[in-house]
Every structure is written in structure tokens, then in C-alpha cells.
Design a protein around this ligand. Sequence first.
Ligand code: 5GP
Ligand code: ZN
Length: 114
Amino acid sequence: MTDCIFCKIIARDISADIVYDDEQVLAFRDIQPQAPVHVVIIPKRHIATLNDLSSADAELVGRLYLAAKQVANELGVAQSGYRTLINCNRDAGQYVMHVHMHLLAGRPMDWPPG
Ligand code: 5GP
Ligand code: ZN
């Protein structure tokens, strides 16, 4: 998708600090980190929101979580702890309309979230 900022990162048209890259999944540090570790994990195929996933994407969703696990390990936060979340649409705070998982770590997380 030409006007999608995350598709531009996948195409390397926009630079990003990439921390994980495989055939189907890319992860990079968030440009406006909300925690000492803040990584965005995305499928390489453009899918707008969680609502647009189908049962055919079940493996892809699993791959997002496996990438999160690997990134957490490699960035040294697997044992201290980390939060993964996917915002869906505006009430949840989704502004980039390419489905993405946030991985947040490096400080205690509040619950319930704001
Ligand atoms: P959302 O608010 O849609 O759930 O999350 C989008 C995230 O992507 C935000 O945390 C935002 O800071 C991050 N982001 C937006 N544009 C860019 C960019 O060009 N580069 C990087 N690395 N992160 C971005
Ligand atoms: Zn996209």
C-alpha cells in the first residue's frame, strides 16, 4: 500500500531501527517510545486492523507473538517482563492503519491501562 507508513518501512523507503526481520514479520523500535523498550511488530502483508484478520491468518498472528518473544529475549526484557498489545481502531488508539503489535518493557506497566 503506497500511502501506508509501515509498508514504506517494509519497503525500506523510510528508515527504521529494525530489531527483527523474517519472511512474514518485521519489528522495529517505535519512533516515539512510551517505555525504555518499545518495539512495533508488524506483518509484512498490509492488513489494516485486527478486524481484518481471517482464520487464514492464524499462523501469521502466531508468528507476531513468536517474534515478540524473540525480541524480548534479545533485548534482555524476557525475564523482567513485557507487555504486548494490539490497538484496534480509534477508541483503542490505533492511528497507523496497518495492524501492529506493540511490545513495551523496561519499566513496570500500569493496570488497568489508560
Ligand atoms: P498506534 O498508535 O497506531 O497503535 O501505533 C503506531 C505506532 O507507530 C506509534 O507508537 C508511533 O509512535 C509509531 N510510529 C508511527 N510512525 C512511525 C515511523 O515512521 N517510524 C517508527 N519507527 N515508528 C512510527
Ligand atoms: Zn501497510
